[in-house]
Structures are given as structure tokens and as C-alpha cells.
Design a protein around this ligand. Structure first.
Ligand code: SAM
Length: 275
């Protein structure tokens, strides 16, 4: 990497817990820029201290106004400026959208240095289908608004990924249980940290678990896509009826058990009732 960076905006991902999760390029860039724009100068100051880097820090958070943005934009038109957030990838449920948009409109060079991101890490850990996922940020705080958002997402054929906080987890799981019944859910907590866990189950199982073990720390909540929910009685009956047209109850129960993973004896009892 060159010693002198060209003017422009460098979006730099930082760790989401484990300080080892920062790239060599990120460290070199944070050392090489003229200033680092950050959400909280104390948080970024600690990270830079850990990395042995002394830098000029400029606060740029959710409350930043037009004036703050203009000052940063004129600086990055002439000098290299990094943008970091408190943790993970800037702009992903973090400040920076307007800054990047305006920089691009003005022809200022913008580049991004990839790294840690809680949503992607949770997606890789959860065991939920990952060929398609939809990152939906934070759910609203209010019950009705939360249910409306979940209802809007109900038909999306993808795993849904939300950012959550420990105090809101139970309400979020309750809303998923009522609006998206039967979906498999995963709670990814304290990623890259000492007490990292990823727990899957139905919303009700998870509510029961966290009632007994109140959750702490940061959370990503994932909801499996529609169609992955365990089969309801109607679907099972339909499968059994179809199987019974060609087979005896015991064989029908065995083939439906194989297809669904449900208990063969229970299916056999139901097959006898349907016969
Ligand atoms: N920009 C960050 C990223 O790239 O992941 C996300 C920032 S957002 C303000 C903070 C939320 O991210 C937390 O409420 C939590 O949902 C999620 N998060 C961040 N770090 C996490 C971690 N170590 N474990 C689980 N979730 C985390």
C-alpha cells in the first residue's frame, strides 16, 4: 500500500467486539488519513489507542447537521478522510448515508474498506437459508408499527435479518410469533465476544429460554423464510390422504414421516383416523 493516500472518503469497517477483527488495510488507512470522522470520539479514540495510532478525530454522528457535513466534504475534497462508526461497517444502521451520497454527487472519490458486520456474521452462523436474505435494520419500538413492518415482510422469500437490543428481544419474538407463526428463528448474541451464542428455535421456545436466562448484550434476530415453517395439521392430513390412496396406513405413515421428519407413530394413529 502507498504511504500517501489520495484525497477522498475512506469508509473503514472496525471490529464488532473482538479487536482482532480489523484488516491490515484498515489499520494502514486509519494511520494514513488526515482525519477520522467518527460517531463517538471516545469509542474511536480507544480503538486507535489500541492500534497505536494518533489521529485527528472529527465527530460525525446521527445529529450531524449540514454545516458539519459541509466541513467534512471540503476537507475530503483535498485530503484523505476516514469514516468509521462505533462498531462494524459504517452506514449499516449507522451514520454516513448523506455524507457518501453528497460526496459521490460532487465527484469526490469514495471507497470502502470491508470488514466486520454483525448482520452478515449472524447470517453465516444461524443455519438458516442463506441464498437470499433481507436486512431490515431495527424493528420499530411501538407494537403496532412493529407488527405492520413484520406483516409487510411476511411474503418476502428470504431469511429476514434484524438488529435488536436485549431489553426489546421478548417483545420482538412475541410479535414474530403472532405475525409470522411457525417460522424458525435464530438469536445471534454477543458476536465475536466472550459470551457469543447463536440459539435457534420457535419464537415461543426462545421466549421461554430468555425468560429463564435474561439476555444481555447486542443481538441480531433472524427469521427463516416462509415455507420453512413446520407443517400444520392440514398439510400433514393432505399428505397422509394422498399416501393412503396407494398404501396401507403403516406405509403411508412411514413415507410421510420420512418426508416431514414428524413422528411415525403419531402419523400412523392419524392415518388410521383418516382411513
Ligand atoms: N454497523 C454495525 C454493523 O456493521 O454490524 C451495526 C451498528 S447498529 C447501531 C448496532 C446493532 O448491531 C446492535 O444493536 C446489534 O443489533 C448489532 N450488533 C453490533 N455488534 C454486535 C455483536 N457483537 N453481536 C450481535 N449483534 C451486534
Amino acid at each position: 500500500m502507498e504511504n500517501s493516500l489520495s484525497p477522498g472518503l475512506y469508509i473503514v469497517a472496525t471490529p464488532i467486539g473482538n479487536l482482532g477483527d480489523i484488516t491490515v488495510r484498515a489499520v494502514e488507512t486509519l494511520r494514513g488519513v488526515s482525519a477520522v470522522a467518527c460517531e463517538d470520539t471516545r469509542v474511536t479514540g480507544k480503538l486507535l489507542h489500541h492500534l497505536g495510532i494518533k489521529q485527528r478525530l472529527i465527530r460525525y454522528d446521527d445529529h450531524a447537521g449540514e454545516g458539519d457535513r459541509e466541513r467534512l466534504l471540503s476537507l475530503m475534497a483535498n485530503e484523505p478522510v476516514a469514516l468509521v462508526s462505533d462498531a462494524g461497517t459504517p452506514l449499516i444502521s449507522d451514520p454516513g448515508y448523506r455524507l457518501v451520497r453528497t460526496a459521490r454527487e460532487r465527484g469526490i472519490a469514495v471507497t470502502s474498506l470491508p470488514g466486520a458486520n454483525a448482520a452478515v456474521m449472524a447470517m453465516t452462523l444461524s443455519g438458516l437459508p442463506n441464498d437470499r436474505f433481507l436486512f431490515a435494520g431495527f424493528l420499530p419500538n411501538k407494537t403496532k408499527a412493529r407488527e405492520t413492518v413484520l406483516g409487510d415482510l411476511a411474503r418476502v422469500p428470504a431469511t429476514l435479518v434484524f438488529y435488536e437490543t436485549a431489553p426489546r428481544l421478548e417483545d420482538a419474538l412475541g410479535a414474530i410469533d403472532s405475525v409470522l407463526p411457525g417460522r424458525e428463528v435464530a438469536v445471534a448474541r454477543e458476536l465475536t465476544k466472550k459470551f457469543e451464542e447463536c440459539r435457534s428455535g420457535t419464537p415461543q421456545e426462545l421466549i421461554a429460554h430468555y425468560a429463564a436466562h435474561p439476555p444481555k448484550g447486542e443481538i441480531v434476530l433472524l427469521v427463516g423464510p416462509p415455507g420453512d415453517e413446520p407443517m400444520g395439521e392440514v398439510d400433514v392430513d393432505a399428505l397422509l390422504r394422498a399416501a393412503l390412496q396407494e398404501a396401507k396406513p403403516s406405509q403411508a405413515a412411514a413415507s410421510v414421516a420420512k418426508a416431514t421428519g414428524l413422528d411415525r407413530k403419531t402419523l400412523y394413529a392419524r392415518a388410521l383416523e383418516l382411513k
